[in-house]
Ligand binder design. Sequence first.
Ligand code: NAD
Length: 254
Amino acid sequence: MDIKDQVAIVTGGGSGIGAAVAQWLATLGAKVAVVDRQTPAAISIAEEIGGIAYACDVTDATGFELVLNRIVSELGEPRICVNCAGICPAAKVVSKTGPMPLADFEQVIQVNLVGTFNVMRLVAHRMCEAVPLNVDGERGVIINTASIAAYEGQIGQTAYSASKAGVIGLTLPAARELARHGVRVMAIAPGIIATPMVQAMPAALQENLAAQMLFPKRLGSPTEFAKLVQHIVENPLLNGSVIRLDAGMRMSAN
Ligand SMILES: NC(=O)c1ccc[n+]([C@@H]2O[C@H](COP(=O)([O-])OP(=O)(O)OC[C@H]3O[C@@H](n4cnc5c(N)ncnc54)[C@H](O)[C@@H]3O)[C@@H](O)[C@H]2O)c1
């Protein structure tokens, strides 16, 4: 799909990977809806790139439906959706204070998995109704953000890894279901990308993670993620798969 002039929704677009994707797609000529629950951050990115900010919690079924209606009337039918909203709190199953509160586990699943699905189901519905864009009959592409923690999560990542494994799990069945409507579904599983989420970790942990990269031995940049988004949108043969973007990293047990 040609990106120029298409409407792109980027959740989590107020920070880190989502902000870089929003900026990159805008540079390529997309009309970008920056969706985030951090309103000031989303407004600032949207202003910078000539897009529109939408304050929304991705887990809110009615809230995102209303936002989507506004996006359609203010920007047009969405053809690209990149789900980057996510949280990454670490907690052990059993710590000195006792078992992990169930609500903590549920919260991570709610944001990372249910929130991704909520946005995907509503955007996919719009895409299925839209006119095809090209000779392939392509109507849209949805890209969800997983993590290599879905495959080799570390101690403290049970909730996060489970949420991202869920994102990976829904990729193929969603792609299979939406294929007859010309809508593709892909996921990207990043390694460690230098964003506020990672920069909030202790410096020693960041160094330990960077040392586990095969090559190059550094954290990834959010723009490197955005460049993969561009390629997925432009290459119609990419569908129903999860791409690792990790410099060959396999996270160790510790
Ligand atoms: N940074 C990494 O190394 C890395 C690695 C693997 C996967 N990821 C995933 O990439 C995505 C982006 O991460 P990041 O590093 O840019 O993090 P970040 O914290 O910089 O940005 C995440 C954004 O999501 C928004 N958000 C969180 N919960 C939300 C909600 N319920 N509704 C709407 N917006 C919400 C936040 O406000 C924030 O702006 C996340 O899904 C994360 O799990 C990141």
